[in-house]
Design a protein around this ligand. Structure first.
Ligand code: DON
Length: 307
């Protein structure tokens, strides 16, 4: 069966589940997104694409952006990053503060909010926020090979106005010296990276370098080394879905990163990158129908990192 036939099948079988879950309402701009949207897109490592549903409609990628800022931060400071952020699953919600005290302001991993705020701080060092945001956006446009990718100022402002927990995390870490820039500047970078709007198809393209040993499709330009791509995938598998990372590995069997906008980017190493979008979230904050769609897709393709 071709990839596009599988994508079409998944879309049809998912119909009864459109609208499942609840939209993230703690960020007012996200609470307005229609619940019944659903999109899926796949890009294979030889550059074949397949998509269905609302796959061309931009949505707020939110925490999926953490994969890309991690990639940039590793490019900037290499393994020095691991002095400031851990590599263990947290088993706690994405916005939790509890471990930070025991672990002296060092977040468990780069995908929980605290870890991503440190990563944003690394990218900001020596720059103005505008320059760092320009770097992030340019990178997203390059890897998705699409210059229309943008940051949604309404979403960023909405989050800035309500991001009290993130402000608490950042201030707390600043107290331990693990945030080095003025807290409001670091948070400004973090909120704007989360506000990036992309479609499933753009996001699937952006995940290609992780599926293709560090390169853009085929023998495209190298973005990171094969080893780095492998390691980022390992972190997505173990930490990409917060306290549901184990469940996602069990059900889908592929590295993946979710966002509260309802997007998930998943990687089948050597085969394809996949993006799904459905704004309704489960109680952990991951897309309900999106997770189900990836589970179905993995089952139909037989793709899994576990053999
Ligand atoms: O910081 C926040 O709360 C949001 N900008 C991003 C959180 C997120 O996407 C968590 N994902 N499931």
């Amino acid at each position: 069966m071709s990839i596009s036939a599988i994508v079409q099948d998944v879309y049809e079988e998912m119909r009864p589940h459109f609208g499942e879950g609840k939209v993230a309402d703690y960020i007012p701009a996200l609470a307005r997104v229609p619940l019944d949207k659903f999109g899926i897109a796949v890009v294979t490592t030889d550059g074949e694409t397949a998509f269905a549903g609302d796959a061309l409609e931009p949505f707020s990628i939110q925490s999926v952006s953490k994969v890309f800022t991690l990639t940039l931060a590793l490019g900037r400071v290499g393994s020095g990053l691991w002095k400031r952020v851990g590599r263990e699953p947290s088993g706690d919600p994405f916005n939790s503060i509890v471990q930070l005290e025991h672990e002296h302001g060092i977040p468990r991993n780069p995908f929980i909010n605290a870890g991503a705020i440190v990563t944003a701080d690394v990218l900001l060092a020596g720059h103005q926020p505008r320059e760092t945001l320009g770097e992030i956006l340019q990178f997203m446009r390059y890897i998705s090979q699409d210059d229309t990718v943008y940051m949604d100022e309404d979403v960023a402002r909405s989050e800035q106005a309500t991001g009290f927990r993130n402000a608490a995390l950042a201030n707390y870490m600043r107290g331990y010296g693990n945030i080095t820039n003025p807290v409001e500047k670091t948070l400004g970078v973090y909120f704007h990276q989360c506000s990036i709007a992309m479609s499933c198809l753009q996001l699937a393209w952006a995940g290609q370098f992780l599926a293709n040993g560090g390169k853009l499709p085929g023998n495209g330009p190298r973005i990171v080394s094969a080893e780095r791509a492998r390691r980022i995938n390992a972190l997505m598998l173990t930490c990409g879905h917060y306290d549901a990372s184990g469940d996602f590995a069990f059900r889908v069997g592929l590295p993946g990163k979710s966002g509260v906008g309802g997007g998930i980017m998943a990687v089948a190493p050597g085969k394809a990158s996949i993006a799904v979008w459905s704004p309704g979230l489960n109680e952990i904050g991951n897309s309900a129908a999106g997770t189900r769609a990836l589970e179905l897709f993995a089952k139909k393709t037989g793709w899994s990192v576990f053999g």
